[in-house]
Write a new protein. Structure first.
Length: 264
C-alpha cells in the first residue's frame, strides 16, 4: 500500500541487491513505500547475483529479471548462460536483463559483449520474454541485434539517444527508461526527449544505487535509492504538463504492459 496518498509508483529498474544497501536495506524499502514507490523491478547483472536477485523477490516481493550485464563481460563464461536458463526455467522472471552493450568504457571487449548479448537475445526469444537493455553509447548497435533476433520488446534502460533512435526502439515494442539524469538542468537532450516522446513509451526508473538525481549530486555523489523516484516523477510531470497522479498511472501501466506484469 502506498505511503503517500493513493499515488503508487513502480521503479522499473533498481539494483536493491547491491552491496551499497547491505547495511540498511529494510529502511530503504520502508522509505520507498513511504514515498509511494511500492513495486520494484530488480535485474541481475552477473551469474553471481542471480541468488541475491531472487532473495529480493522472496523477502520484499520485487519483480525480478536475470541477465549478464555488458560491463562485466570479463567475468562471464558460456556456462553462465546455462545458469541463466535454469533461473528462467523457474518461470517467475519478468525479463531477461540487464543485458546489452556498453561502448563508453574503452577497456571493455566489444566482441565478448556482442557474443553474450546475442546469446541472451536468443534465450529471451526461446522463453518469449522481454529484455531490459543497457545501451550506453551503443544504441544503433543494440537496435541492430534486436532487429536480428526479434525479441518481444522490453525496456531501453537509461535512454539517452536521439529522437530517431527512440522511434526505432518504440517500433520494436520497447519503452524508454527515464530517471535521475532528467533532473539536471544541463541535460537538455534528455529533457527534450522526455517532454516530447509519446507518454505510452515512457517508464520511470532510478537505477539505484546509481544515476543519482540532481539533489544527491556530489562531491562525492550520495547513494540513490527507490524513494527518489517520486521526486524524479515530479520533474517529469512538470516537463510534460500533467499531474503526478497521471504520470504514476501511465508509467505503471506502461511497465506492466511491456514486462507482462499482472496488475495488482
Amino acid at each position: 500500500m502506498s505511503g503517500v496518498g493513493e499515488i503508487s509508483f513502480i521503479d522499473s529498474h533498481c539494483h536493491l541487491d547491491a552491496a551499497e544497501f547491505d547495511l540498511d536495506r529494510d529502511a530503504v524499502i520502508e522509505r520507498s513505500i513511504a514515498a509511494g514507490v511500492t513495486q520494484w523491478v530488480v535485474p541481475a547483472v552477473t551469474s553471481e547475483t542471480f541468488a541475491s536477485t531472487r532473495q529480493m523477490q522472496q523477502k520484499y516481493g520485487t519483480h525480478i529479471a536475470f541477465g549478464l550485464h555488458p560491463i562485466y563481460e570479463a567475468q562471464h563464461r558460456d556456462e553462465h548462460l546455462l545458469l541463466l536458463r535454469q533461473e528462467l526455467d523457474v518461470g517467475d522472471a519478468v525479463a531477461v536483463g540487464e543485458i546489452g552493450l556498453d561502448f563508453y568504457l574503452p577497456e571493455l571487449n566489444a566482441e565478448r559483449q556482442i557474443h553474450f548479448f546475442e546469446a541472451q537475445l536468443k534465450i529471451a526469444r526461446d522463453y518469449d520474454l522481454p529484455v531490459i537493455v543497457h545501451i550506453r553509447r551503443s544504441q544503433d548497435q543494440v537496435l541492430k541485434y534486436l532487429r536480428k533476433w526479434k525479441v518481444r520488446g522490453g525496456i531501453a534502460h537509461a535512454f539517452n539517444g536521439s529522437e530517431q533512435q527512440a522511434a526505432e526502439f518504440i517500433k520494436l515494442g520497447f519503452c524508454l527508461g527515464f530517471g535521475g539524469a532528467l533532473t539536471y538542468s544541463g541535460s537538455q537532450r534528455i529533457r527534450r526527449l522526455a517532454q516530447s516522446l509519446p507518454l505510452e513509451s515512457l517508464v520511470l526508473e532510478t537505477d539505484a544505487p546509481d544515476i543519482t538525481p540532481s539533489w544527491l549530486a556530489g562531491p562525492p555523489p550520495r547513494r540513490n535509492e527507490p524513494a527518489e523516484l517520486r521526486q524524479i516523477a515530479v520533474c517529469l510531470a512538470d516537463l510534460r504538463g500533467i499531474t503526478l497522479h497521471q504520470l504514476a498511472v501511465i508509467s505503471l501501466e506502461n511497465t506492466q504492459r511491456v514486462l507482462g506484469i499482472a496488475t495488482m
